[in-house]
Design a protein around this ligand. Sequence first.
Ligand SMILES: [Zn+2]
Length: 77
Amino acid sequence: MCPRCQCEYRRPDDRRFHAEANCCPKCGPQLFLLDAEGHRLPDDPLATALAMLRQGKIVAIKGLGGFSTWPVTHAMR
Ligand SMILES: [Zn+2]
């Protein structure tokens, strides 16, 4: 949590006081894409993932609830 969000979290008069999901673009969830060896890819992760799906590759998305695998579908071609 960044200092600004930490301040909001700790102030009882703030509307985000003890809000568990308190975060901002600086300290919140990040979107990135890793290759099969775990190396972070430098390009836009969403555009790259979509391009990979269109090439017939499988993309695995990891979130708070675990993994979801996305195979290519006809709607994506
Ligand atoms: Zn923050």
